[in-house]
Design a protein around this ligand. Structure first.
Ligand SMILES: NC(=O)c1ccc[n+]([C@@H]2O[C@H](COP(=O)([O-])OP(=O)(O)OC[C@H]3O[C@@H](n4cnc5c(N)ncnc54)[C@H](OP(=O)(O)O)[C@@H]3O)[C@@H](O)[C@H]2O)c1
Length: 281
């Protein structure tokens, strides 16, 4: 039974229940006193962003105002370092270790992103590996791992993206200009990258009416360990000499191209493969 004398007690109980939420909101506000860019509330998830092109993309999208989920397979320290850099520059980021070749791990990656940031607007399916050998020498293990990470892994990431990216968002998957260059020893790797171009084109159509643009980004030769490992300085210089600009691409060159697709001006580019390669093809 309630009467006038119960009122103050109920008010006190209600206030006590609300207090933690108010305090939490206050804490959140206290962390965001810096002037926020227009896209402050947008969220990007970049797979394979502990180093290389993915790390440059995570940093660039954070600079553009996205809260970013960084991902690694093994190099937790590097992933944590990318998050620290983003935070030191005033951005928001988390890192999640998840092997993209494991569909359960990919689901958890997206769930952890949602727990931290509430949703996702941009997904960059970037995690990838490259093992080179002529057909006669390619091992079952290397072939399988490339298919598992590059093709199946990217499929698992794009499937989650198709389910979760908010209207007006962007989905970008990493192909490679090797799908045009078609050099010896690159056959199985190139095939896993060619799949990305088909994935992007078909997914763009499936997401009709949602204003989500889906594209494949196809870099040329980029100065990361994926490209340089196992090559002599002479071989690397030979690739650089083949580009009209006479240099390798840098991870930031690709990050800038990805950021352009993510910008408001990039929305009409949809279902395409965008070759960002300094003209090597
Ligand atoms: N570099 C080039 O010349 C070039 C050219 C065309 C296309 N690409 C494509 O661009 C993408 C990035 O290449 P990159 O050159 O930046 O490579 P990278 O420097 O070797 O970095 C690879 C990134 O992918 C992560 N990764 C690898 N396997 C993974 C897995 N199973 N699950 C989750 N993350 C995984 C790595 O994490 P850990 O640090 O934990 O290992 C790392 O963050 C790849 O898809 C590649 O095919 C590169």
């Amino acid at each position: 039974m309630s009467g006038p004398t119960d009122m103050p007690r109920r008010a006190v109980l209600a206030a006590a229940a609300i207090a933690p939420a108010v305090l939490a909101a206050g804490a959140a506000r206290a962390q965001s006193t810096r002037p926020a860019p227009a896209s402050r509330s947008k969220v990007a998830l970049v797979t394979g962003s502990s180093r290389g092109i993915g790390a440059a993309t995570a940093r660039r999208l954070a600079r553009d105002g996205y809260a970013v989920t960084v991902n690694c397979e093994k190099n937790r320290d590097l992933a944590a370092g990318v998050v620290r850099e983003i935070e030191a520059a005033g951005g928001r980021a988390i890192w999640v270790q998840a092997d993209v070749s494991d569909p359960g791990a990919v689901r958890r990656l997206f769930e952890e992103n949602e727990r931290a940031f509430g949703g996702v607007d941009v997904v960059v399916s970037n995690a990838g590996i490259m093992r080179l050998a002529a057909f006669r020498d390619m091992t079952d293990a290397d072939f399988s791992r490339m298919v598992d990470v590059n093709q199946k892994g990217s499929f698992y990431v794009l499937r989650e993206a198709a389910r979760r990216v908010r209207d007006g968002g962007r989905i970008i998957t990493l192909s490679s200009s090797i799908t045009q260059l078609r050099s010896a020893t690159y056959g199985p790797y190139a095939a896993t990258k060619g799949a990305q171009e088909l994935f992007a084109n078909v997914l763009a159509k499936e997401l009709e009416g949602r204003m989500i643009s889906v594209n494949a980004m196809a870099p040329g030769v980029v100065n990361t360990s994926l490209f340089t490992d196992g090559k002599t300085p002479q071989q690397i210089a030979g690739f650089a000499a083949r580009t009209p600009h006479k240099r390798l691409g840098e991870p930031s060159d690709i990050a800038d191209s990805i950021a352009a697709l993510c910008s408001a001006d990039g929305g009409w580019i949809n279902g395409q493969t965008v070759f960002a390669n300094g003209g090597i093809v």
